[in-house]
Design a protein around this ligand. Structure first.
Ligand code: O2Y
Ligand code: MN
Length: 583
């Protein structure tokens, strides 16, 4: 009897009509073979092997340089199960529309069958996916981003418990590009893109959109969160997970070199993008990083903003859409050196400033997480790491103080649900527009966000040793428009305060929005911040917050009667505290 996997591969081959089928084993030899083939076809360019051993540059189609939210659909039987924040098609309509794009799409191409595990190979919390793709670049990237090949096939055995994902680059035309999720049958179809989140199906498609649906059904949490460990001077490590919208320094926080290292505080990286969290028998919330690598934004990554990832990128890395220096090394804006003469831009053209940025603003590196010097010795623990703090954040010039703590779990969920960030030019082309992005999951929640808020509310009481919830804003500006907080490695000072709150020793004042550090509660030694600047960083302006709370209420109106009553109640209680003060 053919297994479920064999049947699905057979069915997909009949549809896409490849010249040949290769089951990937994930071996080094297979990877080298793929690389050799891509060097011949030009899909990879070999970098200077003395400077960057076993590292390569890939240039994607110029029309295919980022996730495409407008072409991403959640295909549920009922429209309302996808909710007002997702694009929706019925499963029948979606398949009828997109099946013809797969018909014969792999003619004269190789179909790669890529079994992979999301999560450590021996973790009970890990899950298996199989991606069928006609892109060798996707296969090579999946090998860095997941536990791919034989280990996955071995874990799968004859079981049908895997998430199938059918991917073809198609003709790369944006008009024929669709990223479809069928959460009711746990299936992914992606056609017309070879880039990042659209094509490496284990990442956003499985580990967030499909997994968020599974987590809702099965009573766990699939979150767009980094995971870090904060080591204190005694050597004890406290784990925290944090959600930020894009362009808020998430990767840099996950891999931070602590400004308080001489005082014994150090940050360990468990994950930079996604956390799967389960309630363990000991009452803790345990997080695993489902991924095995980093797919990070290259521009403005440098030895100051992220020395750990720079070290990781010194070998065995794939770069996508960066610029290429004449000596065969990569270059991007903000790498820390001037553009060299003879630079080629991300399209391979001789660069001059009139052509715009040399590296595409969404250019990326792909590298195994194990290569980061900051990687935690516990990052692959099968039981995950116990989470003591959940952190939300956004980029706000005013309104949100540097840090505050939720009054309780429900209030923390409200804080996450009202997350908002001001856009930067790189992300949207518009600067300073406030975009609501609850829990940084707006593009990634695979079901109705109102039900997602309810799921968060329901999880709290189930976690006996529930994490504290905090909100941070590294991006407050003064009246002259200057950033008030140094950020980067100094963010550890805020983490250290959180640790003090978790351990019941750090001071805070109660404000209408939650607990804010007293001026002296933060360790600011070595920073030249005037006391008035610290006061401003920690200021809660009732007028600004009343406006903020009203805006949040308008956003919640989107969800109509499906919005949980507790969320509306939290909003009303906050509005009242802002008017009458904290009782
Ligand atoms: O543009 C893409 O395809 C990648 S998006 C991405 C990649 C790594 C981590 N996070 C993200 C994101 O959009 O949140
Ligand atoms: Mn992300």
């Amino acid at each position: 009897m053919p297994s479920a996997l064999e049947k699905w591969v057979d069915e997909s081959a009949r549809l896409t009509k490849p010249a040949k089928i290769v089951y990937c084993d994930g071996s080094e030899q297979e990877y080298q073979q793929l690389v050799a083939e891509m060097l011949v076809t030009g899909q990879l360019i070999e970098l200077n092997q003395r400077k960057r051993p076993r590292s390569y540059l890939h240039r994607s189609d110029p029309s295919d340089v980022a996730r495409t939210e407008g072409l991403t659909f959640i295909c549920t039987r009922e429209r309302d199960d996808a909710g007002p924040t997702n694009n929706w098609m019925s499963p029948e309509a979606a398949k009828e529309k997109v099946r013809p794009l797969f018909d014969g799409a792999m003619r004269n191409r190789t179909m790669y069958v890529v079994p992979y595990i999301m999560g450590p190979a021996d973790s009970p919390y890990s899950k298996i996916g199989v991606e069928i793709t006609d892109s060798p670049y996707v296969v090579a990237s999946m090998r860095k981003m997941s536990r791919m090949g034989a280990a996955a096939l071995e874990r799968l055995g004859n079981s049908d418990d895997f998430v199938p994902g059918l991917h073809s680059i198609g003709d790369l035309s944006p008009e024929r590009r669709f990223i479809l999720h069928f959460p009711e049958e746990k299936l992914i179809w992606s056609v017309g893109s070879g880039y990042g989140g659209n094509a490496l199906l284990g990442k956003k498609c499985f580990a967030l959109r499909i997994a968020s649906w599974m987590a809702h059904d099965e009573g766990w949490m699939a979150e767009h969160m980094l995971i870090l460990g904060l080591e204190d001077p005694s050597g004890k490590v406290t784990y925290m997970a944090a959600a930020f919208p894009s362009a808020c320094g998430k990767t840099n926080l996950a891999m931070m070199v602590s400004a308080l290292e001489s005082q014994g505080y150090r940050v360990w990286t468990v994950g930079d993008d996604i956390a799967w969290m389960h309630v363990a028998e000991d009452g803790t919330l345990r997080a695993i990083n489902p991924e095995a690598g980093f797919f990070g934004v290259a521009p403005h990554t440098n030895l100051k903003t992220n020395p750990n990832v720079m070290a990781a990128l010194s070998h065995d890395a794939i770069f996508t859409n960066t610029a290429l220096a004449p000596e065969g090394d990569i270059w991007w804006e903000g790498i820390g050196s001037e553009p060299p003469k003879g630079l080629l831009n991300w399209r391979g053209e001789a660069w001059s400033p009139e052509l715009g940025p040399a590296a595409h603003p969404n250019s990326r590196y792909t590298v195994a997480a194990s290569q980061a010097p900051s990687i935690s010795p516990h990052w692959e623990d099968p039981q995950g790491v116990p989470i003591s703090a959940l952190i939300f954040g956004g980029r706000r010039a005013r309104v949100a103080p540097l840090v505050y703590e939720a009054r309780n779990w429900q209030h923390g969920v409200y804080m996450g649900a009202t997350m908002a960030s001001e856009t930067t030019a790189a992300a949207t082309g518009k600067v300073g527009v406030t975009r609501r992005d609850p829990m940084a999951m707006l593009p990634f929640c695979g079901y109705n966000m109102a039900d997602y808020f309810q799921h968060w509310l329901d999880m709290g009481p189930r976690i006996r040793r529930a994490p504290k919830i905090f909100y941070v804003n590294w991006f407050r500006r003064d009246a002259g428009g200057k950033f008030q907080w140094p950020g980067y490695g100094d963010n550890v000072r805020v983490l250290e305060w959180m640790l003090g709150r978790i351990e019941g020793r750090a001071d805070a004042v109660e404000t209408p929005i939650g607990y804010v550090p007293t001026r002296d509660a933060l360790d600011l030694r070595g920073l030249s911040l005037a006391p008035s600047a610290v006061d401003d960083l920690l200021r809660v302006d009732a007028g600004e917050w009343a406006e903020e709370t009203e805006q949040a209420g308008k956003f919640f109106d989107l969800f109509g009667s499906r919005l949980p009553g507790e969320i509306r109640a939290e909003q009303k209680a906050l509005a009242e505290r802002l008017t009458v003060g904290v009782k």
